[in-house]
Design a protein around this ligand. Structure first.
Ligand SMILES: Nc1ncnc2c1ncn2[C@@H]1O[C@H](COP(=O)(O)OP(=O)(O)OP(=O)(O)O)[C@@H](O)[C@H]1O
Length: 499
């Protein structure tokens, strides 16, 4: 039910309903809860605070008990009482039982059999699978947010192996981040929250510290072997962190995947079709009592995939299907490209939304509290010599996977081979390219190996804004000042122009 004045509109939401909205480019939506309580994908909205949403955000404000929302400048909007939130709440309660039980067994507290009936062993390590636009990332966020809102002090590991998603930094990455606080949703530019990588230290005390690897492409099919290797690297890091952190280990892991994991790797032999699902299952382990892998596969709205996963993994873990929400928006290619641009812009410049007319900007308001997460950053443009930075491209120019080559044909360069790029060569492809600046190579030269760059985490992302052939210099834009000379970077297929 809506009640509108010229600038604002009020929606009275019944219990267990959600207000869904979609924003057009360059519009900002302001939402204030004036009665009751509500949440966006599991993250609670504070009462009396005006929350801003921008960058073509598409989301829903859900209420368990009913609420009244005041909205300014709505775009596409409607209310629905058909949501899968009850199913998510049930899942959350089952995962909470697993966490508590895992923590009890860490302290050798005997567990009664009736408390554990029907719930898998060990902390929840949940792999979320589904087709394109199923609501996988949203489901991960909801489950993550409910867990950290319990007040039990859980620190969940959120793993994103969806390279088109952007995670905490830029698209083309796979990453993992321990989460203690709910993930807000305001803009697709920072779908999983903002990190310290792009923020000045003063702003970043409570910020997230993800471990990031650079895959370099939006599509998994562009280099499945590299994806497999990065998943294993992430898994090793997460597992070793959990070895020394029993609360983190008991809190569990949630893994968001791209839709291609569910459809299987095209052109792969049938026994390798779900190789990347298997890689995730094996990579994220726990050492609570015995070594255990992923123990729950959550399928969003895909009957056939559910049956296939039951057949392959059903004997060793729980395979659970939940319905797809009717609110999930089908995102087209053009929208996804624009979001990639927003994400890189956000990484460099932070986020700022202009409030809708009638609402004063954050920090300047007299009596109104506006939560816009208004963090403006100032990236640094600097020039580096062609020889100062060693730039590699993984698998060389041609990135067609071996499985896609004609029978009998072999690749000149393997998919995992780092090939050095000469910035002075014509068609180097570096202008406007996004580069991942890697952590330093092993200090002991004897410990180095050919493919070491594949196993190094990312320190920062750079964009090449100019190539000066005559002076043999690259102009690069980076989030903050820092030494680049003598470092190693990897280029993928992402380009970005500062506008
Ligand atoms: N209940 C809802 N109401 C409105 N919008 C929603 C709802 N649930 C999800 N969305 C939006 O739908 C879009 C797609 O959802 P999401 O990113 O979770 O899907 P996905 O399966 O992870 O997508 P992908 O295929 O890219 O991996 C997102 O913009 C998300 O914010």
């Amino acid at each position: 039910m809506a009640d509108s004045t010229e600038e604002t509109k009020e929606w009275v939401l019944d219990p267990e309903t959600e207000y869904r909205f979609e924003l057009d480019p360059d519009t900002t939506l302001a939402i204030k809860i004036i009665r009751g309580s509500a949440e966006v994908f599991g993250a609670e909205l504070s009462e009396g605070v005006t929350h801003l949403f921008g960058s073509e955000c598409k989301a829903a404000v859900y209420t368990w008990q009913g609420c009244t929302l005041q909205i300014r400048r709505p775009s596409t909007e409607y209310v629905s009482d058909e949501t899968p939130m009850a199913a998510y709440m049930n899942l959350h309660l089952a995962f909470e039982q697993m966490r508590v039980r895992a923590l009890q067994s860490t302290y050798d507290d005997p567990v009664h059999a009736d408390e554990v009936a029907g719930v898998p062993d060990g902390p929840p390590r949940v792999l979320v699978l589904g087709p394109e636009n199923a609501g996988k990332t949203t489901a991960c966020k909801i489950l993550m947010n409910y867990a950290v809102r319990t007040g039990q002090g859980w620190t969940l590991m959120f793993v994103s192996v969806d390279p088109s998603e952007g995670g905490w930094t830029v698209p083309g990455t796979v990453s993992a981040c321990p989460m203690k606080m709910p993930i807000p949703t305001q803009s697709p530019a920072n779908p999983l929250g903002s990190t310290v990588t792009s923020a000045p230290t003063a702003l970043s005390s409570g910020a997230l510290l993800p471990l990031v690897y650079w895959y370099g492409h939006a599509e998994v099919r562009q280099n499945p072997l590299l994806m497999d290797r990065l998943i294993r690297n992430l898994g090793e890091n997460v597992n070793s962190r959990h070895l020394g952190d029993s609360l983190g280990n008991c809190s569990g892991v949630i893994i968001d995947t791209p839709s291609s994991f569910a459809t299987g790797i095209a052109a792969a032999p049938s026994d390798k079709k779900y190789a990347l699902v298997k890689a995730c299952v094996d990579a994220f382990q726990t050492h609570s009592l015995i070594l255990m892998t992923v123990n729950v596969i959550l399928i969003i709205g895909h009957e056939k995939l559910n049956v296939e996963m039951q057949r392959i993994f059903g004997a060793s873990m729980s395979v659970v299907k939940v319905p797809k929400s009717g609110g999930v928006v089908d995102l087209d290619h053009a929208y996804r490209e624009r979001v990639h641009g927003y994400q890189i812009h956000h990484y460099m410049y932070g986020t700022h939304f202009s409030p809708p007319p009638g609402l004063v900007a954050a920090g300047t308001s007299g009596d109104e509290s506006v939560d816009a997460s208004d963090a403006r950053l100032s990236p640094v443009s600097t020039a580096v010599g062609f020889d100062d930075l060693a730039i590699y491209r993984i698998g060389g120019e041609s990135i067609a996977p071996s499985s896609a080559l004609p029978i009998g044909a072999t690749r000149a360069v393997s998919e995992l081979q780092p090939v050095q790029v000469d910035p002075g060569a014509r068609g180097s492809g570096l202008l406007n390219a996004v580069l991942a600046l890697l952590a330093p190579l092993h200090p002991d030269e004897n410990e180095r190996y050919d493919e070491e760059v594949l196993d190094l985490a990312v320190s920062a992302f750079l964009v090449v804004t100019a190539v000066d052939m005559s002076n043999r210099k690259l102009t690069i834009l980076m989030p903050g000042p820092g030494p680049v000379a003598g470092r190693t970077a990897i280029v993928g297929s992402f380009e970005w122009q500062d506008q």
